[in-house]
Design a protein. Structure first.
Length: 277
């Protein structure tokens, strides 16, 4: 969904996926009158976009002092900020100068000094506040470990992980801004369960191939980006499951997500955001 003249226009994906066998049994029950497929309603399309308020923030990331306009991405996650980085003359110089170097040298410099090659948009995920800071620190450490272990999947299945910093005295991680549509939003609720499953399963299997299971099966933790799903939240990652356990939890996670997806579609239809396609 994008804005044109201040009005949302339906750009929700219309996936045409080939039928494929799945060993995962998806829920079949639907409430009487519920359709097989949904689309965004005219009322939802007419909603005017409201830009979230922004504030100018500053932080040091490695050797760079970063200034950015920050906005809260979600009311449910006040510790996650979307950033629009302010232009940096030094960063522009680094980008220009490295173009003349051999490819291997460019790759090395980018890996050693990621702070000077950041995109215009990024995400700052601050360690959660809470009464038990030891638990919050454990969540943060788990997510950092997961990003490091899943390094080959960064930019495809999970966001790119740029590094850890301190913001306002608290640990935070700087991540790629992936855009797209949340599976928990009306815009992401127009798929069939078969389409949803066919996107979730490769995602889980890619994580499992590197020994990580995403143990928080919540629709808000998955983002639909260019017809594929990316995992956004890894603080509940589990590293010790064996192959058989990962296969079991893959099936149960997909079934759990499909069940909630079905309920969410019915809810959004009742609220007037979705209609029968």
């Amino acid at each position: 969904m994008v804005a044109e003249n201040g009005v949302l226009v339906d750009t929700a994906p219309r996936l045409h996926l080939p039928a494929r066998h799945s060993e995962i049994q998806l829920p079949r029950y639907r409430r009487p009158g519920e359709p097989e497929r949904y689309r965004l309603s005219a009322g939802r399309l007419a909603i005017t976009l409201r830009e979230p308020p922004t504030k100018l923030i500053h932080f040091r990331f490695c050797t760079r002092y970063v200034s950015a306009h920050a906005a809260q991405i979600s009311d449910l996650h006040p510790h996650v900020l979307g950033l629009q980085l302010c232009p940096s003359t030094m960063a522009s110089f680094f980008t220009y100068a490295t173009r003349f170097l051999p490819a291997f040298a460019q790759s090395w410099i980018h890996s050693v000094f990621p702070e000077w090659f950041l995109p215009d948009r990024a995400v700052l995920k601050i360690q959660k506040p809470g009464e038990d800071q030891e638990i919050m620190e454990e969540y943060f450490d788990t997510e950092v470990r997961a990003y490091q272990q899943l390094n080959p999947l960064q930019g495809s299945i999970i966001p790119k992980f740029y590094g850890v910093l301190r913001y306002d005295g608290t640990r935070a991680m700087l991540l790629e801004y992936v855009g797209g549509i949340s599976l928990s939003a009306p815009d992401g609720a127009t798929m069939t369960l078969e389409e949803l499953s066919s996107l979730l399963q490769p995602c889980y299997r890619a994580l499992h191939a590197l020994g990580v299971h995403q143990d928080d099966a919540n629709l808000s933790n998955f983002q639909l980006v260019d017809g594929k799903i990316k995992v956004l939240d890894l603080e509940s990652a589990v590293f010790h499951y064996c192959a058989d356990q990962r296969a079991t939890f893959l099936a149960s996670s997909v079934r759990h997500l499909a069940k909630h997806y079905l309920s969410m579609q019915a809810y959004y239809r009742h609220q007037g955001f979705l209609e029968a396609a």
